[in-house]
Design a protein around this ligand. Sequence first.
Ligand SMILES: [Zn+2]
Length: 244
Amino acid sequence: MAFSPKVKEEALVAAGRHCCVCRRFAGIKLECHHIEPESQGGDDTFENCIALCFDCHADVQHYNASHPKGNRYRPSELRAHRDRWYGRIAETTPAIFDGERRAVDRQIFATFREKLPESIAREILQDQCWGQTFQRSTYDFLCKIEELVNRIDSQYLDPTCEGFRSDFRSAFLKFLDGESFRRISAVPDREYLLRLPKEWDMHSDPLVRAQFKQCMEDLNSLSRAAYEAYVNLIREIRKLLIVP
Ligand SMILES: [Zn+2]
């Protein structure tokens, strides 16, 4: 069986069309997932339904019990994510978004812009070519941003603002926690410099050189996607919170 259109609609409205796990605003790119699988007797009720973005849906479904990697989402956890998010949507519609809450969100936004100013975001995420050697201080800065985006108190009260923040967080982590970034290491004898293995680029084997190019292009495109999400966040949250 499947969820009825009515149950789906109720779930999408309750979630404000955000993913209940990562909280990104997903618009039409949402799927209604059975928390208790149908194969295990899960029914087609609102109570058993959770709206998930394509990425989170894949994470929840593709977990392979015979090759456990990472932590599986349990039904109880999915329910907890969902109910917390439903609560957030229910209590903060724009119409009742009062001055006090807005002041909290403005403070969160100000802190974010102070820690990651637009000029630095452009320099690091947009203009940097990751095929080149770079300073360890750049890496340390990226780690600080990672810490910031993972902090609970960097989450907005307003669900729409929170959706833009989650978009940026997800794009940024795809870059920094991705396979390609893990290839980067310190330059021997010059620990303050980092780079992709230089020997790949100089290698006589064209396959190894291709691997270097592939990694560089991957990193460049992921960091630019994170920059786009950053620009979008700044532009949209400025409008939502009415700040200069
Ligand atoms: Zn998601």
